[in-house]
Design a protein around this ligand. Structure first.
Ligand code: NAD
Ligand code: WQD
Length: 341
């Protein structure tokens, strides 16, 4: 099969590209590199010994996307292309609404015009909002959000559902990711955020490699066992393999289906720090600071539907996640470095 990865040069897309190529599929990547580097695609090719068809294009550019759909026979699309920084989304909400909704609308319009009927979407645990009890189950109602980024995911899920309702041949798989961390075990691919990392694991690895002095733990007084927030962290290669199963599912079904991709086991911020210290042998200086606005005390997935229906289960341990994150950062202290746009 030929699978078009919109935003495929990014953290999740590049790892997914490896899994798809290794499974024998062909991959077309479209990315404008607004938050990634062409070097990641080079490394996907290096790791797999396969060639990726790639386009530098904005997924909101209808003419460019129409041409890409005309030049390639696409069996399925995976839509990763979006802006994802929660805090930034509150400062520049229109940029988030424009980019995230427009990439989705443009892809769906181009798919309809080209007769492509299968799409897998990068949704997020954030759509459960703050009112559902844990663990989160797919049958729960979507909540609201405290930030525009979360609202874009809620709105995009609705757009997909409505579009699939109106076209009975369309197949939509909404994947609600929990907290992906880790890297390809080779250390050649990994997460390379721009500027100060927003997310926990890249912050920790940048402290470990000497780029930052210390980690601030956002809040030590939550109603959790050790007072710090708990999340469902999963290995990026498990997440990548979940996309392979989701594409197979999309090829065989129509309508909209939602899956949580998580491990079902929460870990606290301090547990992550300690696991990283033992996997790497590097001490991570930490200070307990104030809470970060909008953070929920704890959430994790009920991942049983993905296991039952997709045959997917996260297999890698927290130790694997920490070791591989460190392996990536140690080998690439500046990420993709000067290749970054
Ligand atoms: P990322 O920023 O590394 O990847 C997104 C990619 O999309 C980048 O390569 C970026 O350059 C590209 N992109 C953005 N807008 C584009 C546009 N208009 N045209 C072309 N390319 C564009 O992020 P990621 O962590 O790989 O996340 C991928 C998707 O998964 C995003 O939609 C994100 O919201 C979602 N998601 C991520 C997480 C997470 O923790 N990383 C969790 C849940 C959901
Ligand atoms: C994890 C924990 C922080 C940084 C976000 C989005 C979510 C999803 C994944 C896309 C929290 C704590 C963090 C630091 C810290 N993305 N932390 N010090 O907030 O669970 O989820 O990314 O959909 O929508 O909200 O992930 O990695 O930012 O934080 O103490 O410097 O680490 O408070 O408890 P989060 P995160």
């Amino acid at each position: 099969m030929t699978i078009l990865l919109a935003g495929g040069a990014g953290y999740i897309g590049s790892h997914t590209a490896v899994s798809l190529l290794e499974a024998g599929h062909d991959v077309v990547i479209v990315d404008n590199y607004i938050n990634s580097s062409p070097a990641a695609v080079d490394r996907v090719e290096e790791l797999t010994g396969r060639t990726v068809t790639r386009y530098r294009a904005d997924v909101t550019d209808k003419a460019a996307m129409t041409a890409i759909f005309a030049e390639n026979t696409i069996d399925c699309v995976i839509h990763f292309a979006g802006l994802k920084a929660v805090g930034e989304s509150g400062r520049v909400p229109l940029r988030y609404y424009r980019n995230n909704l427009d990439t989705t609308l443009t892809l769906l319009e181009c798919m309809a015009a080209a007769g492509v009927k299968r799409i897998v979407f990068s949704s997020s645990a954030t759509v459960y909002g703050d009112e559902n009890p844990v663990p989160y189950v797919e049958t729960m109602r979507r909540g609201g959000s405290s930030h525009p980024y979360g609202w874009t995911k809620i709105m995009m899920e609705q757009i997909f559902e409505d579009t699939a309702k109106a076209d009975s041949d369309l197949s939509v798989v909404l994947l609600r990711y929990f907290n992906p961390i880790g890297a390809h075990p080779s250390g050649r691919l990994g997460e390379d955020p721009r500027g100060v990392p927003n997310n926990l694991m890249p912050y920790i690895t940048q402290v470990a490699v000497g780029r930052r002095d210390r980690l601030t733990v956002f809040g030590g007084d939550y109603p959790t066992p050790d007072g710090t927030c708990r999340r469902d962290y999963l290995h990026i290669m498990d997440l990548a393999e979940g996309h392979l199963r989701a594409v197979e599912y999309a090829m065989a079904h129509t309508g909209t289906e939602v899956f949580n991709l998580g491990t079902g086991t929460p870990y606290s911020v301090l547990e992550i720090v300690h696991a990283f210290e033992s996997a790497s042998g590097v001490a991570i200086p930490c200070t307990i600071g104030p809470r970060r606005p909008g953070d929920l005390p704890q959430f994790w997935a009920d991942p049983s539907k993905a296991e039952r229906v997709l045959g997917w289960k996260a297999r890698r341990s927290l130790e694997d996640m920490c070791r591989d994150s460190w392996n990536w950062q140690r080998q690439n202290p500046m990420g993709y470095g000067e290749n970054k746009e």
